[in-house]
Write a protein that binds this ligand. Sequence first.
Ligand code: FAD
Ligand code: PYC
Length: 414
Amino acid sequence: MKRYSAFAVAREALSYHTGWGRAWRAPEPKSRYDVVIVGAGGHGLATAYYLGKNFGITNVAVLEKGWLGGGNTGRNTTIIRSNYLQDSSAAIFEKARALYEGLSQDLNYNVMFSPRGCLMLAQTQSEVRGYQRTAHANALQGVQTEWVGPQRVKELVPIINIDGPRYPVLGGLWQARGGTARHDAVAWGYARACSAMGMDIIQQCEVTGVRREGGKVVGVDTSKGAIDCGKLGMVVAGHSGALAEMAGFRLPIESVALQALVSEPIKPCMDVVVMANTVHGYMSQSDKGEMVIGGGTDSFNNYTQRGSFHHIEHTLAALIETFPMVSRLKMLRQWGGIVDMTGDRSPILSKTPVEGIFINCGWGTGGFKAIPGSGWAFAELMAKGHAPLADDFSLDRFTEGRFIDESVAAGVAH
Ligand code: FAD
Ligand code: PYC
C-alpha cells in the first residue's frame, strides 16, 4: 500500500497521478478464514481493523452484500459526541471520540474529523433538568461537556432564534470537542488499512445462511459460495434480525427508517453542530456549504431506506421556528437508512447462543460516532471472549433487566 503524504502527492504529480493504485484489493473469497465479519459498514470494518492491529488476527474476511459503506455508515449526518448519561455508554462513546481525534493519522487516511463543537438545545424545563444532570454525570465520567445559558447559545449560533414563541431556547449541553467527520472516508480509511494487513473485503457477497455443527458456527453460505470460519461477527445494523434468524436465535431489535436531507449550498453561516431534540431536528453545515438536516424515525417498522414523506415537512416546520433562515432554503436531496433499535436505545455487543458467533448491533440512530470505540471493543470481545468496554452491552441484560437507558441521550425521537 502506498503511504499518503504531501511528498507522495508531489511525487505523483510528476507522473500525472497515474501511479496511485487501488486503495483496497478486490479479492475472490478463500474457502476458509479464522474470522468472518458480515457487514462492511464502519462497525464491521473497524472491528476487522482492530482485530489485526490489537490482536494480530489478520486471516479475516469482511463480507458485504452491497458496496462498502453503502449502509447507514454512508447515509448518516455524521454527528460525533460522547455526552451520554450512563457510565458504560460514556466510556465507549468517549473512547470512540478520543480515537476519532487521531484516526486520520492512525489510518493514514484523512477522515476529515472536525471537532467544531456540538450543542444539544434545551427547549423545555425537563430538558434543562436532563441536560444539567448529564453535564454533572459527564464531569464524573471524565467527559468534557458543560451546561450553557441562552446568551452563550446565541454567541455560538448567531443564526438561532432563542425567543421562539412555542419553544424558547433555555440553554444547552455543549461539548466543545464534539463535531463531525466525513462518513465515507471513515469506511474507506478502515477498508484500506484492513486490506493492507492482508484481510479480504468482499463486496457484492451476500450472506444467505449460517452453518452450525453441534451448537458451534462452522461457516456461512453466500452468494459467492460457502465459506468456512472459526468465528463469525455479525455487524449488519438494520438487518441484524435477519442474520440472527439464519443462525437460529432472536434479537430484541426493531428496524425502522431514519431520514436526512441537505439544502442547496450557501455561504458559511453556522460553524457548530446543533441538535434541537424537542422540536425535533438537527443541523450542521457541510464543507460544501449545504445545511445537513436530520429528522425522526418512522413510527412503524420497515426496510425502505427512504423514510416517509410527512417527516420531511414536520422536520422543516419544526426547524424554521428555531432557525428562521431555513424557510428561505431550497432542499436538494433526501435519503434514509434502516436503523436497528433496542428497547433501552443502547447497543448490543455480545456473545450469542451459538458458540463462535458474536453480534454487534443496536446502535440505532447514533452509531456513526461510536465506530472506532465499537470496533475496538468488539475486536477485543471476539479475540478474548470479554472486553471491559463491551461487557455491559451483552444480550443477557434484556433477560436480567440490566437496561442501559439512553433514550434521552440518543437525541432522536423514536
Ligand atoms: P451499516 O453501515 O448499515 O453497515 C451494515 C452493512 O451490512 C451494510 O453495508 C449492509 O449492506 C450489510 N449487510 C446487511 N445484511 C447483509 C448480508 N446478509 N450479507 C452481507 N452484508 C450484509 N449516528 C451518529 O452517531 N451520528 C449521526 O449524526 C447519525 N445520523 C444518522 C442519520 C441517518 C439518516 C441514519 C440512517 C443514521 C444515522 N446515524 C447517526 C446512525 C449511524 O449511521 C449508524 O448507527 C451506523 O452507521 C451503523 O453502522 P454499521 O456499520 O453498524 O451499519
Ligand atoms: O446520535 O447524535 C446522534 C444523531 C444525530 C442525528 C442522528 N443521530
